[in-house]
Design a protein around this ligand. Sequence first.
Ligand code: GLA
Length: 643
Amino acid sequence: MKEAGINCATLAVFAWARLEPEEGVYEFDWLEDIINTLYENGIHTILATPTGAMPRWLTDKYEEVRKVDRNGVRRIHGNRHNFCPSSPVMREKAYMLDEKLSERFGKHPGVAAWHISNEYAGDNHESDCHCPLCQKAFQEWLKERYGTIDALNHAWWTDFWSNHINDWEEIHSPVPYGEENLKGLILDWKRFTSDRLLNFCEGEIAAVRKYSDQPMVCNLMGFFRPMNYFKWAKSLDIVSLDNYPFWHSERDENVLAGEAAAIFDLMRSLKHQPFLIMESVPSSVNWAPRCILKRPGMLELSSMQMIAHGSESVQYFQWRKGRGSAEKYHGAVIDHKNGGNTRTYREVAALGERLSKLPSDLLSSFNQARIAIVYDWENCWAVENAEAVLNPFSCYKRWLVYYRALRSFGVNIDIIDMESSLEGYDAVIAPLNYMYRGDYMERVKQYTEKGGTYVTTYWSGEVDDSDLCFTGSHPLREMLGVRHEETDVRPLWQENHVLYQGKAYEIRDICAVVHEESAEVLGTYEQDYYQGMPAVTMNRYGEGNAYLIAAECGEDFMKAVFSDIFNRLSIHNPLTNEVPYGVEVTERTTEDGRSYVFAMNFNREPLKMEISQPYRDVETGEEFSDHLTLARWQCRVLQKKEF
Ligand code: GLA
């Protein structure tokens, strides 16, 4: 491990059956031996609470800990990430073990942080438990949210299809053999499911906190749909990520690089602080459709990309491949054969060495962003559940097109939700803001009035927190300076375009039909009954500008629109005026204002690009005055020459 440059290891993630082999019998000595050995060798431990998988004595003796799935079937023992979060027994047993672990190791100098459980709700993507205890908890949650049954009936619009609810106890979670159409019920069940598991996690944190001051970390899974990570992040000290792009599964590495970048930016933005990579794979996962090994060089580039976006660690799942069971072929630093004499091991060791030599103040630096893009979990739950326009509807995939277009400019981007502050951003990009929650709408108006640039799209401003449609007019009608009339979807057999700045851009799917009031029309529809009507508008509002992109086109169109907006706001890439295709640029700035620029080439070919000022490679010392060279899959860490 030392030779491989490893200075931190996560331990005991699923070790419940070893740590508590019988109810109330704790065996921690073996764990202490490992923690001690690591520590004596300069390796810190991130110690897990082992609640991600339940031991058999627990599931055998206490039926209630096993969750009931959406078909009403109570699970038998097996798998992981599948306990009932409402079960008092589960809470008692898990928290007791957590407390004991913390009592024993909470002050151990080798324990650097706590890894709370594992990928809460992971694996089966059915994170909800439908048991009687969870039904009761849901009813209580709803009482708290709505106060009166009348308020709930109104919010869920229950007169439709005779859904009127008389008593809280009549409410049941959405299931295929019961109610599956009441939109408000479905949305609230998603909210509850995320809150319930978070509440369980908070209990674990409180138990560990009794004896330890070390940071509490959960390993999150990027844009994992069932859990609202913006809410989760508030209860965690540090956000960490398990990151598994299927490298080389696309002909063009840039596709996956863009998605990985979005995930990293999300992780950093959740707490607006650096994050950790808790898991990544040195070679390949065992669960992809095609388990393609990372080609030489990709481990280094993909790991440097994590640092470039704000991570402070590169950790792997896993150190050594197990000989048996579920993940015996999952990539690891050490394979079943050949010890350290493998390509993968050598690449891990080389990366370890590189990371250890990076300038030390990089660790006190941060990716400052002038631009934010809104991604809101509750909004996505609601828009995917809308049953309108396009069925099914992937909020994330459509949102990603906007993110990619922004990313291509090579400037830092924060990802915020509707509760996040908008202050300090020059531009807020808000695609597919179908739901306006809480005071978001008011804050958007204030932000724009005070000089911000707000860019929103079709299929925005449709419903309130309860998924009830706004009536009368679009809530931001005055600010956008347009009147929304209807939302169309392009028939597949018919092409249509947006005409913008002398070019025609193909429309993918959605076309909002709007009428300009005070807004200036920047782009129009080429065909159909809305030919010549506004497709892109800008409205002056107070000191700021509000844009509406009414039609859904591809990345090239978004780039054209964003380019004009960025020029107007003087938002420029720190390195170059034109970021070549496949090159990613990010910037981390230290507390005293020193800036590190990361330039990454995801193309399979080397390239030479123009740069707008002289830079020096801080690792190799090479100097570049007007052109920068990047080898295939190279990441350079650069500083302006004057430093
Ligand atoms: C997740 C889990 C690990 C392991 C890896 C495999 O991230 O946390 O326990 O199963 O996936 O890729």
